[in-house]
Design a protein. Structure first.
Length: 200
Protein backbone atom coordinates (compact mmCIF):
# COMPACT_ATOMS: atom_id res chain seq x y z
CA UNK A 1 0.00 0.00 0.00
CA UNK A 2 2.79 2.36 0.89
CA UNK A 3 4.53 1.54 -2.38
CA UNK A 4 1.37 2.54 -4.25
CA UNK A 5 1.21 5.84 -2.34
CA UNK A 6 4.86 6.53 -3.10
CA UNK A 7 4.33 5.80 -6.80
CA UNK A 8 1.29 8.10 -6.91
CA UNK A 9 3.25 10.84 -5.12
CA UNK A 10 6.19 10.43 -7.50
CA UNK A 11 3.84 10.67 -10.49
CA UNK A 12 2.28 13.86 -9.11
CA UNK A 13 5.71 15.37 -8.47
CA UNK A 14 6.81 14.41 -12.00
CA UNK A 15 3.67 15.96 -13.50
CA UNK A 16 4.20 19.14 -11.46
CA UNK A 17 7.83 19.38 -12.54
CA UNK A 18 6.82 18.83 -16.16
CA UNK A 19 4.21 21.60 -15.87
CA UNK A 20 6.78 23.97 -14.33
CA UNK A 21 9.24 23.17 -17.13
CA UNK A 22 6.59 23.77 -19.81
CA UNK A 23 5.49 27.06 -18.25
CA UNK A 24 9.13 28.16 -18.03
CA UNK A 25 9.77 27.24 -21.65
CA UNK A 26 6.65 29.12 -22.76
CA UNK A 27 7.71 32.17 -20.73
CA UNK A 28 11.20 32.14 -22.29
CA UNK A 29 9.72 31.73 -25.74
CA UNK A 30 7.32 34.62 -25.12
CA UNK A 31 10.13 36.81 -23.76
CA UNK A 32 12.23 36.07 -26.86
CA UNK A 33 9.29 36.88 -29.11
CA UNK A 34 8.63 40.13 -27.22
CA UNK A 35 12.35 40.97 -27.45
CA UNK A 36 12.30 40.39 -31.21
CA UNK A 37 9.14 42.50 -31.54
CA UNK A 38 10.71 45.30 -29.47
CA UNK A 39 13.83 45.14 -31.64
CA UNK A 40 11.74 45.33 -34.82
CA UNK A 41 9.59 48.12 -33.36
CA UNK A 42 12.68 50.20 -32.54
CA UNK A 43 14.00 50.02 -36.12
CA UNK A 44 14.09 53.27 -38.04
CA UNK A 45 13.27 53.64 -41.71
CA UNK A 46 16.22 54.40 -43.97
CA UNK A 47 14.52 56.29 -46.82
CA UNK A 48 16.33 55.85 -50.13
CA UNK A 49 17.25 59.18 -51.69
CA UNK A 50 15.45 61.07 -48.92
CA UNK A 51 16.98 60.75 -45.49
CA UNK A 52 16.61 59.52 -41.96
CA UNK A 53 13.89 60.82 -39.65
CA UNK A 54 13.81 64.60 -40.00
CA UNK A 55 17.25 64.87 -41.62
CA UNK A 56 17.07 64.97 -45.42
CA UNK A 57 19.95 64.63 -47.88
CA UNK A 58 20.71 67.84 -49.75
CA UNK A 59 18.11 69.82 -47.74
CA UNK A 60 19.11 69.52 -44.07
CA UNK A 61 22.21 71.29 -42.82
CA UNK A 62 24.81 70.72 -40.10
CA UNK A 63 22.73 72.74 -37.61
CA UNK A 64 19.68 70.55 -38.32
CA UNK A 65 21.69 67.41 -37.55
CA UNK A 66 23.01 68.88 -34.29
CA UNK A 67 19.49 69.95 -33.30
CA UNK A 68 18.28 66.34 -33.68
CA UNK A 69 21.29 64.31 -32.49
CA UNK A 70 23.16 66.71 -30.20
CA UNK A 71 26.68 68.07 -29.95
CA UNK A 72 28.36 64.82 -28.88
CA UNK A 73 29.94 64.10 -32.28
CA UNK A 74 33.39 63.85 -33.82
CA UNK A 75 34.25 66.01 -36.83
CA UNK A 76 36.29 63.90 -39.26
CA UNK A 77 37.86 65.55 -42.34
CA UNK A 78 37.79 63.60 -45.62
CA UNK A 79 40.49 64.92 -47.91
CA UNK A 80 40.22 68.56 -48.87
CA UNK A 81 36.57 68.51 -49.85
CA UNK A 82 34.24 66.96 -47.27
CA UNK A 83 33.72 66.67 -43.51
CA UNK A 84 31.99 63.88 -41.61
CA UNK A 85 29.88 64.46 -38.50
CA UNK A 86 30.31 61.10 -36.74
CA UNK A 87 28.04 59.92 -33.92
CA UNK A 88 29.92 56.68 -33.17
CA UNK A 89 27.67 55.74 -30.24
CA UNK A 90 24.61 55.94 -32.54
CA UNK A 91 26.23 54.36 -35.60
CA UNK A 92 25.45 57.43 -37.72
CA UNK A 93 27.56 59.72 -39.90
CA UNK A 94 26.50 62.80 -41.86
CA UNK A 95 28.65 64.32 -44.61
CA UNK A 96 28.77 67.85 -46.04
CA UNK A 97 31.04 69.63 -48.51
CA UNK A 98 33.50 71.99 -46.85
CA UNK A 99 33.07 74.54 -49.67
CA UNK A 100 29.30 74.60 -49.14
CA UNK A 101 28.58 77.64 -46.98
CA UNK A 102 25.19 76.17 -46.03
CA UNK A 103 26.82 72.86 -44.95
CA UNK A 104 24.06 70.79 -46.56
CA UNK A 105 24.13 67.07 -45.84
CA UNK A 106 24.79 65.08 -49.04
CA UNK A 107 25.28 61.62 -47.53
CA UNK A 108 24.01 59.80 -44.42
CA UNK A 109 25.77 56.58 -43.39
CA UNK A 110 24.26 54.03 -40.98
CA UNK A 111 26.26 51.32 -39.20
CA UNK A 112 25.94 49.21 -36.05
CA UNK A 113 24.66 49.87 -33.44
CA UNK A 114 22.09 51.79 -35.51
CA UNK A 115 18.92 49.71 -35.95
CA UNK A 116 17.48 50.49 -39.37
CA UNK A 117 15.77 49.04 -42.44
CA UNK A 118 14.91 50.12 -45.97
CA UNK A 119 11.46 50.29 -47.54
CA UNK A 120 12.30 47.10 -49.45
CA UNK A 121 12.96 45.19 -46.23
CA UNK A 122 16.75 45.22 -46.02
CA UNK A 123 17.72 45.23 -42.32
CA UNK A 124 21.12 46.65 -41.39
CA UNK A 125 23.34 43.96 -39.86
CA UNK A 126 20.85 41.16 -40.59
CA UNK A 127 20.09 41.08 -44.31
CA UNK A 128 22.69 39.67 -46.70
CA UNK A 129 23.96 40.74 -50.10
CA UNK A 130 21.75 37.98 -51.55
CA UNK A 131 18.74 39.75 -49.96
CA UNK A 132 19.83 43.05 -51.50
CA UNK A 133 20.09 41.48 -54.96
CA UNK A 134 16.60 39.98 -54.58
CA UNK A 135 15.13 43.31 -53.48
CA UNK A 136 17.04 45.72 -55.73
CA UNK A 137 18.49 43.62 -58.54
CA UNK A 138 22.07 42.57 -59.16
CA UNK A 139 24.73 45.22 -59.78
CA UNK A 140 28.52 45.47 -59.88
CA UNK A 141 30.49 46.32 -56.76
CA UNK A 142 33.03 49.05 -56.26
CA UNK A 143 35.25 49.94 -53.33
CA UNK A 144 35.68 53.38 -51.82
CA UNK A 145 38.90 55.05 -50.66
CA UNK A 146 37.32 55.58 -47.22
CA UNK A 147 36.46 51.92 -46.75
CA UNK A 148 38.87 49.68 -48.60
CA UNK A 149 37.71 46.60 -46.67
CA UNK A 150 34.21 46.81 -48.16
CA UNK A 151 32.54 46.25 -51.49
CA UNK A 152 29.86 48.84 -52.15
CA UNK A 153 26.71 48.22 -54.20
CA UNK A 154 24.98 51.38 -55.38
CA UNK A 155 21.35 51.86 -56.40
CA UNK A 156 19.32 55.04 -56.93
CA UNK A 157 19.39 56.88 -53.61
CA UNK A 158 21.17 54.17 -51.61
CA UNK A 159 24.43 52.23 -51.18
CA UNK A 160 25.06 48.93 -49.38
CA UNK A 161 28.45 48.00 -47.89
CA UNK A 162 29.56 44.38 -47.51
CA UNK A 163 32.77 43.38 -45.75
CA UNK A 164 35.31 41.65 -47.96
CA UNK A 165 38.68 40.05 -47.42
CA UNK A 166 41.59 39.99 -49.84
CA UNK A 167 40.51 39.31 -53.43
CA UNK A 168 36.85 38.70 -52.58
CA UNK A 169 35.87 41.78 -54.58
CA UNK A 170 36.50 39.65 -57.67
CA UNK A 171 34.33 36.84 -56.32
CA UNK A 172 30.80 38.11 -55.53
CA UNK A 173 29.57 34.55 -54.90
CA UNK A 174 31.62 34.50 -51.70
CA UNK A 175 29.95 37.71 -50.58
CA UNK A 176 26.33 36.65 -51.15
CA UNK A 177 25.85 35.34 -47.61
CA UNK A 178 27.75 38.25 -46.02
CA UNK A 179 25.60 40.63 -43.96
CA UNK A 180 25.15 44.29 -44.82
CA UNK A 181 27.54 46.24 -42.58
CA UNK A 182 26.58 49.77 -43.65
CA UNK A 183 23.88 51.57 -45.60
CA UNK A 184 24.30 55.04 -47.11
CA UNK A 185 21.52 57.39 -48.14
CA UNK A 186 22.49 59.49 -51.15
CA UNK A 187 20.72 61.56 -53.79
CA UNK A 188 20.90 61.48 -57.56
CA UNK A 189 22.48 64.91 -57.19
CA UNK A 190 25.36 63.35 -55.29
CA UNK A 191 27.73 65.76 -53.61
CA UNK A 192 30.31 63.04 -53.10
CA UNK A 193 32.75 64.91 -55.32
CA UNK A 194 31.66 68.26 -53.89
CA UNK A 195 31.49 69.68 -57.41
CA UNK A 196 31.09 73.45 -57.58
CA UNK A 197 28.01 72.99 -59.78
CA UNK A 198 26.39 70.97 -56.97
CA UNK A 199 26.95 73.66 -54.37
CA UNK A 200 24.78 76.33 -56.03
Amino acid sequence: MQNMKRMMLNKRVSVCLLCVALVGACALSSAAAVGAEDDAASRQLISEGLGLGSVYVWHSMLDDVVAVYGKDYELVPHGEQADEIRYAQLGLSFYYCRADQQKRIFDIECRAPFNGFTARGIVLGESTLRDVFKAYGQTEAHSTPNDEAASVYEYPGIKFHVERKGTEADSPKRLLSRKIMAIEIITSRSGADCLESNLK
